[in-house]
Design a protein around this ligand. Structure first.
Ligand SMILES: *Cc1c(COP(=O)(O)O)cnc(C)c1O
Length: 226
C-alpha cells in the first residue's frame, strides 16, 4: 500500500475504534491502537507515523531489530510493542528495544526479563499471554496456571506487570475468549487487555480491550507465513 492508502486505512480503523468505544459506553480514547507492522517496510511505518500513529507492534525480535532502532531514534515518542513469542536468549535485546512486552508465558522468562531489566535499568511494561483456547501448539500460559505465574512475576520477580493478552483460536468465535481474558484480568487487578486483531477488534472493544493489535486492516495483506 502507498502512503495515501495507509492514511485512508488508518483513518477508517480509527473511526471504527471510536464508534466501538462509544457503542460500549467507554470513554473516547480509552482504546490504544497498535499498528502491527510485521513484514512491512520502514516506509510504510513512516507513512503511518506521519498520519499520527504512535504505537506499533512486531511479532519477531529479529525483524524489529532491523527496523526500529533507527525509527525510535528519529521518533522518540514512538511506542513499540512485542506481540510475538519471546525466547530467553532474546530477552536482553527485547528489554532494550521494546516499550511493552505482551508475551510473558513462563516463570523462566519472567526471571530472565527481571535480570535483564536490572542490567539495562529499563522496565518495559509486561503483559502475560494467556492461551485461552488451551491450544497445544500456541504460546501462552493456560488459564489454570495463570494465578501462579501472576504471583511469581509480580511478587517474586517484581516485574511491571500491567495486563493480559490473548489470541483466540482461529476456528472459534473470539467473544468467549475475550470475555474470559477480561475476567482473568479483573480478578488479578490488571488494567491492560491486549485483544482484537483486524477481523475482530470491534468485538474486543465491546468486551473491554484496552489495546487492539491491527495489522492487515492498516498496512494491507501480508504474504502467507512460512
Ligand atoms: C500479526 C498479528 C496481529 C495482527 O493481525 P491482523 O489480522 O493483520 O490484524 C495481531 N496480533 C498478533 C499477535 C499478531 O501476530
Amino acid at each position: 500500500m502507498d502512503e495515501h492508502e495507509i492514511l485512508a486505512a488508518l483513518g477508517g480503523v480509527e473511526k471504527r475504534i471510536a464508534a466501538a468505544e462509544e457503542a460500549a459506553g467507554r470513554p473516547k480514547g480509552s482504546v490504544t491502537l497498535i499498528a502491527v507492522s510485521k513484514t512491512k517496510p520502514v516506509e510504510a511505518i513512516e507513512a503511518a507515523w506521519r498520519a499520527g500513529q504512535r504505537h506499533f507492534g512486531e511479532n519477531r525480535v529479529q525483524e524489529a531489530q532491523t527496523k526500529y532502532p533507527a525509527l525510535k531514534e528519529a521518533h522518540p515518542k514512538l511506542v513499540l510493542h512485542l506481540i510475538g513469542p519471546l525466547q530467553t536468549n532474546k530477552a536482553r535485546e527485547s528489554v532494550r528495544l521494546f516499550d511493552s512486552i505482551h508475551t510473558l508465558d513462563r516463570p523462566k522468562l519472567a526471571r530472565v526479563l527481571a535480570e535483564e531489566m536490572e542490567r539495562a535499568s529499563r522496565r518495559p511494561e509486561i503483559l502475560i499471554q494467556v492461551n485461552t483456547g488451551e491450544e497445544p501448539q500456541k504460546a501462552g500460559v493456560v488459564p489454570g496456571e495463570l494465578d501462579a505465574l501472576v504471583d511469581y512475576a509480580r511478587w517474586e520477580m517484581d516485574l511491571p506487570l500491567v495486563g493480559l493478552m490473548c489470541i483466540p483460536p482461529l476456528e472459534e468465535p473470539p467473544g468467549p475468549h475475550f470475555a474470559l481474558l477480561a475476567d482473568l484480568a479483573e480478578k488479578h487487578g490488571l488494567k491492560q487487555l491486549s485483544m482484537g486483531m483486524s477481523g475482530d477488534y470491534e468485538q474486543a472493544i465491546a468486551l473491554g480491550a484496552t489495546h487492539v493489535r491491527v495489522g492487515s486492516a492498516i498496512f494491507g495483506e501480508r504474504p502467507a507465513p512460512d
